[in-house]
Design a protein around this ligand. Structure first.
Ligand SMILES: Cc1cc2nc3c(=O)[nH]c(=O)nc-3n(C[C@H](O)[C@H](O)[C@H](O)COP(=O)(O)O)c2cc1C
Length: 391
């Protein structure tokens, strides 16, 4: 029995030990020079918390997101291919999220069908799509996920094209991926060097095959007639087709946030795809104030990217996010320990959040505001405005 995961960094270190290198790099890596990937985390470190003394609060982390009551303002972001990381896959992640009183967004390319998640985990659930396949496929998919009991739809805007993942290229994984003898030999050597992962996958091979085949059957092969980017007209069209909650993911400016609201989004997710799409895009925490200001009360605002500790959650909520999503942290947990690994990562966030909220003297997410924040090193750059002024 491995020791419990105590931090996201723990989970990452274990994922690195367990996974074949190509899979770890797929999860861990970002686009191009990974500038935005690093900036996401750094932006949180550059902001300090101004604790309130002389108060002792009973912390209640409960909140609502689009009318849905959550015990924890931390959701699991849609992540593709998670079925390859551990046989518990998307079902395990959804179960862990439900156990923590929150929810997981199922990626269209998680390699697990919405029906399988819905059958295994009490809903309602949220699903994420991109533009692949065009309107006909999107329409078919919306009907399918609605019938499966999904009531929230996350529409990702920041691709295609996918980001340029240089780590994948270095492993010889060059899109469109073809199983050439050279690539197969390379990946087989990596699998041999990851015996725990290989054994778990071999044990679950039959179930895994059924899950992946089921997902591929349900979701199509993603081969689009033309894999175009969604436009605001597409979002307005989806709004007409989809009666449930509609979230638009990948917004980084006030202008785009307003466009999303005009197109009918109920919420925007401030996201740069975890630094996996456009390298050089701003850190999400720095984009958040402009977006929150632009939408006001017209929509809810969520954020993802670089959230590694509860203090990051507190900072994002203080700047106007209703909740955050975590991508890599939960995938590391899944790789490290399957469903219980994801549950442990969520528990790390819950316990750290309770402690941090007590330390800053704020009882609930609703008590968090920008007054809680300042620049970590306002004296570093004389003459420049402090982070507090910028926020
Ligand atoms: C392995 C992996 C796969 C991902 N696949 C998708 C996807 O299929 N759809 C999507 O909208 N975002 C996808 N993302 C981006 C996440 O939804 C999220 O925006 C990002 O991971 C947040 O940053 P973080 O990893 O620093 O928490 C993926 C991220 C990772 C790490």
């Amino acid at each position: 029995m491995p020791p419990p995961i105590r931090t996201v960094a723990d989970a990452r270190a274990r994922a690195r030990r367990v996974l074949p290198r190509v899979l770890f790099d797929y999860v861990d890596g970002g686009a191009d020079g990974e500038v935005t990937l690093a900036a996401n985390e750094r932006a949180f470190r550059d902001v300090a918390l101004r604790p309130r003394m002389g108060v002792d609060v009973d912390v209640d982390l409960g909140t609502t997101v689009l009318g849905r009551r959550l015990d924890l303002p931390v959701l699991l972001a849609p992540c593709g291919m998670v079925q390859l990381v551990h046989p518990d896959g998307a079902v395990g992640a959804a179960r862990a999220a439900a156990g923590a009183g929150t929810l997981a967004v199922l990626s269209k390319i998680a390699l697990c069908s919405p029906e399988e998640v819905a059958a295994a985990v009490p809903g309602p659930h949220w699903f994420q799509i991109n533009s692949a396949g065009g309107r006909d496929e999107v329409k078919r998919l919306l009907a399918r996920v609605r019938d499966a009991g999904f009531d929230g739809l996350v529409v990702t805007l920041d691709g295609p094209p996918p980001g340029n993942h240089e780590r994948d290229l270095r492993h010889g994984v060059v899109p469109p991926v073809r199983p050439t003898p050279r690539l197969v030999a390379r990946l087989a050597a990596q699998a041999a060097a990851a015996p725990r992962w290989t054994a778990a996958m071999a044990l679950a091979a039959r179930r895994q095959r059924a899950t992946v085949q089921g997902a591929t059957r349900v979701l199509g092969n993603g081969r689009a007639p033309r894999s175009a980017r969604f436009t605001w007209a597409d979002i307005a069209w989806i709004r007409r087709e989809w009666a449930g909650s509609l979230l638009v993911k990948g917004v980084l400016t006030g202008a785009d946030a307003r466009a999303a609201v005009e197109a009918g989004a109920d919420a925007v997710i401030v996201s740069n795809h975890g630094g996996r799409a456009l390298d050089g895009a701003p850190a999400t925490l720095t984009a958040l104030p402009e977006v929150a200001d632009a939408v006001g009360d017209a929509a809810e605002v969520l954020l993802d990217g670089g959230v590694r500790r509860a203090s990051c959650v507190v900072k994002a909520l203080s700047l106007g996010a209703r909740a955050v999503l975590i991508g890599r942290p939960f995938v590391y947990g899944l790789a490290a320990g399957g469903e219980p690994g994801v549950a442990q990562v969520l528990e790390v966030f819950r316990a750290e959040l309770v402690r941090t909220m007590r330390l800053v003297g704020r009882a609930t997410p609703a008590d968090l505001d920008p007054g809680l924040l300042q620049a970590m090193r306002p004296w570093d750059v004389p003459g420049l405005p402090s982070a507090k002024e910028l926020l």
